[in-house]
Design a protein around this ligand. Sequence first.
Ligand code: MOS
Length: 743
Amino acid sequence: MNDFGPAIGQPVDRVDGRLKVTGGARYSAEVPVANVAHGVLITSAIAAGSIQAMHTDFAAALPGVIAVITPFNAMALSHPPAGNGAGSRNPVTNLSLLQDTDIYYANQPIGIVVAETLEQAQHAARIVRVDYAAARPKIDWKNEKRHAYAPARIMGGPPDYRRGDFDRGSSSAPVHVSQTYSTPYENHNPMEPHATIALWDGSSLTLYDSTQGIFGVKQTLAHVFGLPPDNVRVVCHFLGGGFGCKGSVWSHVPLAAMAAKQVERPVKLVVSRSQMFGPVGFRPRTEQVISLAASTGGALAAVKHDVTSETSVFGEFVEPSAAATRMLYATDNCATSQRLVRLNTGTPTFMRAPGESSGTYAIEAAMDELAYSLGMDPLKLRLANYAEKDPESGKPWSEKSLLMCYLQGAERFGWSRRSVAPRSMHTSDGLLLGWGLATATYPARRSPSSALARVLADGTGYAAAGSQDLGTGTYTIMTQIAADAIGLPVSVVRFDLGDTRLPATPGSGGSQTAASTGSAVFEAGMAVRAKAIAAAVADKQSPLFGLSPDAVGVSAGRMFAKTNPLLAETYGNLLTRQGLPSLEALVTSRPDQEAAQDYSAHSFGAVFVEVSVDPDFGRVQVKRVVGAYDIGRALNAKTATSQLMGGIVWGIGMALLEETVYDPHYARVVNADLAEYLVPVNADVPPIEVVFIEDPDFNFDPLGARGIGEIGITGVVAAIANAVYHATGKRVRDLPITLDKVV
Ligand code: MOS
């Protein structure tokens, strides 16, 4: 079952690389559609209240304008059920479908203009005048926090968790740390904004949509328009990033389809950069109180993590920041809680490592504070609390090599040369130097997925699954997996994805695509291989006739007798002789229920960071990063390294730059563009070394691989914060760590 061919794991170049660099890769808004009209959203200028009237006459009379659709003339639509979308962990994402005049947040879609050209639509959208009855928006965190409430459930479980007795464990321990850490609102800002082209053919709807979950879009749109699901086809061949904001269906998708229906023409709707701030989700603000109690030897006696995060007044999303705290360290006494504060913003959503990125910042910064309280090396503190089994479930790990991550990461970084005291290290040009570390972790997820695989009479292979490639390398790893499973070289295998007419797959969220759809592609390929071997050994004209199927191997499309490799024939020969155009297998792969019961599956890593800090101006520069990761098997050494690097770069942004700022009176985002919403540029990114501790996790899936979409951002933020403390002696507990907080 696990006998891999030569391709899996290799640093194969991206199979879609040429298309991307030559402009041949078509993103959703670039799909040529005849007679397409342009839709532009009108969004609300106020954050709370209602619409009294919309004056659309001038806009509607402009040249090229086809329709101005508002709550006063929109067709009736059904609201989608809660938890719509891809990889959904049950958020409630109520959409703005122009069915009423209520306003809950600034930038809420309140209309759509359709015109012959984009410029005509943009101009018309701008001159629609809106009469509002404005209410005072709830945006003041401190004030609204008094009304924090416990959500009914988070991620399918209760909001509060406890094992052992925190109070007893804490009161009997000699060393304590209790601090509050906060993280700001953040927006995803993929390079490619959300975009949809909607086309109707009678009662059949086709959508070219930039989404992390084509099947989620299909189900949701079928519900909204009251259609049988198979009347909706969703296509997404390339994404310019998703990061979670494209994991749910947001308002603009049904609105594009509504507009296309009402004007009886295909409509293209691209969400503008400023409209990316509000209607399509964001990472909610968190305030996290961590209390640690330890023995003088550093053993954690009790751990408490209380999280308050923000949600909207009309929907519910929980940033589960305490989830990692429950499983990260061996301690008998642990308590966590989650509370929500309602504000007049859009509804938050998954953003790369939702929970783990914000949560590992807090717990890993608190662990650093504890290390200083104990006078203990922070790496030794982690080792002293190493969890040999999952302390939350009590189950053994499916595979865990975190110890090697710590040791090899420390070795590569040179951690042993660190002097312990803050402000004790300097660069040659007189800047303060700081070294920090933190643990990275993210759960391994796998869902049922289907896939098909074929061998063709011309000796080539083909595999396909619905799925989507966020830009991370899905096309490439699936081609490698299919090639090895079928028994063909990568160069003659083609892999298709991104169409709901292909076999059903889960959304690309929760870092689950490689394990879910990868396993399906693997099993489909193995099934085709078995079909071909069975056909050969049953065929009197085959040199392999009469052999047991187990006695036949496959290499580069050539089936051979294992005991005598000269007895052989190719797939192409077999199919041509039998007059078959192809052999095909369609499989649905499911996680092994027993293994899921028996093991706890998580990925881990150890991140080491060096920063320099200007002692006069507080300017922080990350100088180098070493990340050592235990992700099971890396399916492609090159794309996996890029994935982890991308996550680390995002960690730099989260630590030092990113923050969505709301106006405290009007609750509008004041930095809703890429000039003022800061993300790392090349000058912010130092040399990054990614190390894999490879230990295939066959308890988790047949590939031995756990997903890597999200773990890269975790741990990095705390490692930087800890390095800033080491450099300066100043503990910043409020992200981002900007120079005003450092000096
Ligand atoms: Mo990821 S935030 O689950 O797309």
